[in-house]
Ligand binder design. Structure first.
Ligand code: PLP
Length: 394
């Protein structure tokens, strides 16, 4: 089948959402992707931070193959060994102690929202239902997670969403303080905002939110769907400030490319009881075998450290590009979650030019180029990307 033929079938049978580029990748290995016509691309987007180990990591592939041939699913009515082992491994990488598995980032955030609301009720504050979120945030597209998302363009067509959310400027702890009252049950933030253009908050912001939540007995939720699992050069984005949340949500790279999500909590926020919450597929044998292999490989292969080291190098190289090309007005991010902002609205054109040079990155709006390579990326591969971007800018 050619790409043109596939496009025709796509248009005939698929809902036109989300918007798509006219390319179909049919094979992946490490940093490389091949399209239907056999062209090879170097991937600096990693399936939007999902393929943190690169494409088809051999340990993840082997774990999926073996688990698929043994048992894939029994339902959430029974004990599941790979689930417990993955929960044990995940809690060993962070400061949280209990895990609930689901299938996506949005579902993980729905879990977090339910925890915050139930916690307040359990504390004898049934009217404390307000959740403070931030402008420019992205928490998913289910109606609860969408209510938390601070972007009107995603919300407006589907209003009314679930009530009780307010949105304040990101990075501004004072704005959160002003919303804090006895109707608040939770605060939800990304340690670095991803979808709105890789926006990094001031140092200490997360600590300030921690202190505010302690003062008002509210649940602090960090959405680490994009920042988690090594992406920012730490196991979790919150570790930059050292402010520990009550609930942390994960998805994207958790399954090494296999769909899965998780909400982790501390003992205080461990309020969900049988019947409160569940997921038919969440945390089944197959997903957890993939997750177990993926997280173990991140640990064994030192990918969190690589994310910091190569991420710092990439930022330095992008900074050099900014000197040569003044239309780059900002280079920001942490680890391998990087954004390059251009002042002339050329981000889409740059990502198109990179694509023609067989490099994959992602334009957010007209002004930010987002770079999220697999955590396995090397300095040499960064050099190749920098050369392609240099040529595109020229
Ligand atoms: N939260 C954040 C920070 C995200 O970046 C995303 C997706 O991009 C989500 C939540 C939603 O995740 P999913 O698409 O798996 O529902």
């Amino acid at each position: 089948m050619t790409t043109e033929e596939l496009l025709a079938l796509h248009q005939q049978y698929m809902m036109p959402t989300p918007g798509r580029m006219t390319v179909a990748f049919v094979r992946g290995e490490g940093m490389k992707l091949w399209d239907l016509e056999g062209n090879c691309y170097t991937d600096f987007l990693a399936g939007i931070a999902v393929c943190g180990l690169g494409h088809c990591h051999p340990k993840v592939v082997a774990a999926i193959q073996e688990q698929a041939a043994t048992i894939m699913h029994t339902s959430c009515l029974y004990l599941i060994e790979p689930q417990v082992r993955l929960a044990e491994l995940l809690t060993s990488t962070c400061d949280l102690t209990k895990v609930f598995f689901c299938n996506s980032g949005a579902e993980a955030n729905e879990t977090a929202i339910k925890i915050a609301r139930k916690y307040a009720k359990q504390q004898g504050r049934p009217t404390a239902t307000k959740i403070i979120s931030t402008i420019g945030s992205f928490h998913g597209r289910t109606t609860g997670a969408l209510a938390a998302t601070g972007q009107a363009k995603y919300q407006e067509p589907f209003a009314p969403l679930i009530p009780g959310f307010v949105h304040v400027p990101y990075g501004d702890a004072q704005a959160v303080a002003e919303q804090m009252d006895d109707t608040v049950c939770g605060v939800i933030v990304e340690p670095v905002q991803g979808e709105s253009g890789v926006r990094v908050p001031p140092d200490g912001y997360l600590n300030d939110l921690r202190a505010l939540c302690d003062e008002h007995d509210a649940i602090l939720i960090f959405d680490e769907v994009q920042t988690g699992l090594g992406r920012t050069g730490y196991w979790y984005g919150y570790m930059h400030d050292g402010a520990v949340p009550d609930v942390m949500t994960l998805a994207k790279s958790l399954g090494g490319g296999f769909p899965m999500g998780a909400a982790l909590c501390n003992e205080r926020a461990n309020v969900l009881r049988p019947g409160d919450h569940a997921s038919t597929f969440g945390g089944n044998h197959l997903a957890c075998a993939a997750g177990l292999a993926a997280v173990a490989a991140m640990k064994e292969e030192g990918l969190v450290e690589n994310s910091k080291r190569v991420g710092d190098y990439a930022r330095r190289r992008f900074g050099e590009l900014a000197t040569a090309h003044p239309r780059i007005c900002d280079v920001r991010g942490r680890g391998l979650m990087l954004g390059i902002e251009v002042s002339d609205g050329s981000a889409q054109a740059l990502s198109k030019k990179l694509f023609e040079a067989r490099y994959i990155a992602n334009a957010i709006g007209d002004s930010v180029l987002r770079i999220l390579p697999p955590l396995t990326v090397t300095a040499e591969e960064v050099n190749g990307f920098v050369a392609a971007l240099d040529a595109a800018l020229a």
